[in-house]
Design a protein around this ligand. Structure first.
Ligand SMILES: C[S@@+](CC[C@H](N)C(=O)[O-])C[C@H]1O[C@@H](n2cnc3c(N)ncnc32)[C@H](O)[C@@H]1O
Ligand code: SF4
Ligand code: SF4
Length: 346
């Protein structure tokens, strides 16, 4: 189903070690530009409707921290869209109150996705902070009791790689509808925290996820970014099945590249400002960019020195859109591994 991904804000109440966003963590009161204005949200929804979009995927930041979270959900629901949102589950009682406050708001809620980054409290809290694991597990149980469809998203890294089976078991135990595993995209920060698995281990992770996919009743899948032999990626952003609007109301290529932690300026992935231009005009620019990306990958596929990189399409994007402040990310990943190997040998 084609979806509009919308970042409600750029603030968060956690400081996860792996997070790829450049999140502002100060007080929100004096920083109103960190929250998507609701008139911009409404404009986008009106303009996307005739194109057939009918579902909104809400992300952030931490979406429920938008000071007008409930009103934003009303606008989405009143324009006939269903929605789901992604959350870290902090202050979930308050979030539940917000989604339940209006019947239409509640009726259009398709589900809630929770980020769970460990099968054990120790692993999850190491990445997300003390107390977070209990909050997530309790929140999922609350959804279960209220008939709200819950899903889990896990980002695989060095700290939780050994817990894939346990995570799937936990997903089954919590009776979630869907569970998605994804590779952790590298940032200079999470490389420094030694969380990124060497690229040589990524396929083994994918095999472990593939194994649990068939062993459980709930739907288990791997998020885009896994190894592929298709050199022209068919991910949702590159087919316009997923649009991404950042918290400033700009159309960007992909939520995975948006407001990237290491980037100090906007990349070419930010294509249009929907406060100033129509979605149709901005989409025209996005189509040109998508075409350009495919042409570049075609050229890379013909270049023996570049070709191998294409197996991991998101890593190519991180490099292509300049999401690092220093050396290209693949060079940094290899360098970090070599340094660690040398240290272990000593
Ligand atoms: C940026 S968060 C926003 C929503 C909310 N704050 C949360 O954590 O669920 C969206 C998703 O991106 C994931 N994420 C963060 N950093 C990532 C990285 N480096 N690579 C892949 N996914 C990442 C998070 O774990 C979360 O599931
Ligand atoms: S992953 Fe989500 S909860 Fe964690 S810091 Fe990033 S935005 Fe906040
Ligand atoms: S980072 Fe690039 S390849 Fe990955 S999902 Fe986004 S647009 Fe597609």
């Amino acid at each position: 189903m084609p979806r509009i991904g919308i970042e409600f804000n750029n603030v968060c109440n956690l400081d996860c070690a792996h997070c790829f966003r450049s999140i502002y963590r100060g007080g929100a009161e004096n920083n109103k530009d960190l929250f998507l204005p609701l008139d911009v949200l409404e404009k986008i929804l009106i303009e996307a409707k005739p194109l057939g979009y009918a579902h909104v995927a809400i992300t952030g930041g931490e979406p429920p921290m938008h000071p007008r979270f409930g009103e934003a959900l009303d606008i989405i629901a009143e324009h006939g869209y269903s929605y789901h949102f992604l959350t870290n589950a902090r202050n979930f009682q308050k979030t539940l109150k917000a989604v339940s406050a209006q019947p239409l708001r509640r009726a259009k809620l398709a589900g809630i996705s929770f980020s769970l980054d460990g099968a054990t409290e120790a692993t999850h809290d190491k990445i997300r902070g003390k107390g977070s694991y209990r909050e997530v597990v309790t929140a999922i149980a609350m959804c279960q009791a209220l008939g709200i469809e819950a899903s889990i998203i896990t980002t695989i890294n060095k700290a939780n790689r050994h817990e894939i089976d346990q995570l799937a078991l936990l997903g089954a135990h919590l009776k979630v509808k869907r569970q998605i595993f994804g590779h952790q995209n590298p940032t200079e920060h999470n490389l420094g925290a030694d969380l990124i698995l060497p690229l040589s281990e990524w396929r083994a992770v994918e095999r472990d996820v593939a194994r649990v996919m068939t062993g459980f009743r709930h739907d288990i899948s791997m998020a885009v970014g896994f190894y592929t032999d298709y050199y022209l990626p068919r991910c949702a952003p590159l087919t316009h099945d997923d649009l991404n609007i950042d918290y400033r109301g700009r159309l960007t290529l992909c939520c995975q590249l948006s407001n990237y932690r290491d980037g100090d300026k906007d990349g070419e992935d930010v294509v249009g400002d929907l406060k100033k231009e129509s979605l149709a005009v901005a989409l025209g620019k996005l189509m040109n960019l998508v075409n350009k990306v495919h042409r570049e990958r075609l050229a890379m596929a013909a270049d023996p020195r570049q070709k191998e990189k294409l197996h991991y399409p998101c890593l190519v994007c991180i490099e292509r859109f300049g999401k690092t402040s220093g050396e290209p990310m693949l060079v940094q990943m290899t360098g970090a591994e070599r340094r660690r190997d040398r240290e272990t040998e000593r």
